[in-house]
Write a protein that binds this ligand. Structure first.
Ligand code: CO
Length: 300
């Protein structure tokens, strides 16, 4: 039988189409592709955690903002601090998952793709530990297949610029230019501590009377006091540079004890006013974490 040219072309195309379709169905490479299109996606928010009830509004605010940005996505929480999780369970009967527990549960419930957002301020020990945990949850048989990680508040040059702008937007409106703002960061022995003096650079370019100090790293309160003395500054606004105004902000920064930052500065003859709000209570700062989450979600 002689087939016309058109019919032969049609037959060839049909055979090619059949093989391509077969390939798409049976090939694991293509199958993985199909899976990612249909796999359930979730968001896991990971904070250090806090057991201070007054600090809860900060975490609630992040929760609300994330749900507004991702109204159709499952949102879960985990705390990295084991000591806080234990305390909450013992004292309030509240069970908060560790990141590994939360990821295991999500995998079990059929969430194959999870965007994890670190709510830490800098990429220090907590963040790097989280990134190791996440690596373990890739291609889990019958569990999570892909897990992406959103970076902390301060990670890139762009973060520093945008976070600096956001910080300036939350400084007290009553502050006069000759008065200093002193931000209290956590600080760490981890190499990531360099982000605090790093942030100082960006802050100083905008305003030389804004300082960042840390409880456990560099710069210390002594370093800040030396700067205040040199500039003869007698008025200071103290603010936490931590997502929640928990134990450090309430006690080490603003507390009545002799060695709190407020007490030490007062002894220096400085007038001190304290703001007791975590950075996560301000939408302009939360927007930065959400931008990082959006990028992690897009990578799923
Ligand atoms: Co601490």
């Amino acid at each position: 039988m002689n087939l016309s040219r058109t019919a032969r072309t049609f037959l060839t195309l049909a055979v090619v189409a059949f093989f391509v379709a077969t390939l798409i169905i049976v090939s694991p490479v293509f199958a993985a592709h199909g899976e990612s299109a249909t796999g359930k996606k979730a968001i896991l928010l990971v904070a250090f955690g806090t057991s201070v009830p007054e600090a809860q509004p900060a975490l609630r605010n992040i929760d609300e903002e994330v749900r507004k940005a991702f109204p159709k996505t499952e949102v879960r929480w985990a705390y990295t601090a084991k000591i806080i999780r234990k305390k909450l369970l013992k004292e309030e009967g509240r069970r908060i998952d560790s990141p590994a527990e939360a990821l295991a549960k999500l995998g079990e419930e059929g969430f194959s793709h999870v965007a994890v957002q670190s709510l830490h301020t800098i990429p220090g020990e907590e963040f790097h530990a989280l990134s190791r945990i996440i690596r373990a949850f890739h291609n889990m048989p019958k569990g999570t297949q892909k897990v992406t990680l959103g970076t902390p508040l301060l990670t890139s040059h762009e973060d520093m610029q945008r976070a600096t702008d956001a910080l300036f937007s939350i400084f007290p409106k009553e502050r006069k230019p000759c008065e200093a703002v002193v931000l209290m960061g956590h600080g760490t022995h981890h190499a990531g501590n360099i982000y605090y003096p790093g942030l100082q650079h960006y802050l100083s370019r905008k305003d030389t009377n804004v300082f960042v100090g840390t409880v456990e790293g560099y710069p210390s309160l002594d370093d800040i006091i030396a700067e205040l003395r040199a500039k003869k500054i007698t008025n200071v606004w103290l603010m936490p540079l931590m997502s929640v105004a928990g134990d450090h902000a309430r006690n080490d920064m603003a507390g009545p004890e002799e060695d709190s930052w407020a007490s030490v500065l007062k002894k220096e003859g400085v007038t001190v006013r304290c703001t007791l709000k975590g950075t996560a209570e301000y939408d302009s700062i939360v927007a930065r974490w959400i931008a990082h989450l959006q990028s992690a979600f897009a990578r799923l």
